[in-house]
Unconditional design. Structure first.
Length: 134
């Protein structure tokens, strides 16, 4: 599988999340592919979500500790400079035969990579998974 195809799949997953949030009244910031930091920051009133979005055909996905810590740092920076209290989330789309989304709330800095296993997650449709956070 080429890196370009993987990035393209990831960009499509980010677009799905962004579109859903926009349809639900959120103001959405998304980064360019080459930028570092969270993929999406969404704000509606005082509700703020900071998301790292992943898409995989595999049954196991490793999220690097640097990406997890980047989410936490972005949430802390927004919290320190505004009245907002953002929630940091990992949104993982498993796009194989039994597909669905896993949403994982991130609360603390990590000293190690996070392994997400499809069989351990409650896979949901995008709208049902995000609904509990918005």
């Amino acid at each position: 599988m080429s890196i370009t195809r993987n990035k393209s799949r990831g960009v499509r997953a980010e677009y799905e999340v962004k579109k859903y949030l926009l349809e639900n009244g959120y103001f959405v910031f998304s980064k360019r592919v080459s930028q570092s930091g969270p993929d999406i920051i969404a704000i509606k009133g005082k509700k703020t979500l900071i998301l790292e979005v992943k898409n995989t055909k595999l049954s196991t996905l490793t999220i690097k500790k640097s990406q997890i810590n980047s989410l936490i740092e972005a949430a802390a920076e927004i919290s320190a400079k505004t009245v907002l209290l953002p929630k940091a989330l990992l949104a993982v789309k498993f796009s194989s035969k039994e597909y669905g989304w896993a949403f994982i709330s991130i609360e603390n800095q990590s000293n190690e990579d996070k392994i997400i296993r499809k069989e351990h997650e409650n896979l949901l449709e995008l709208s049902k998974g995000l609904k509990s956070f918005i």
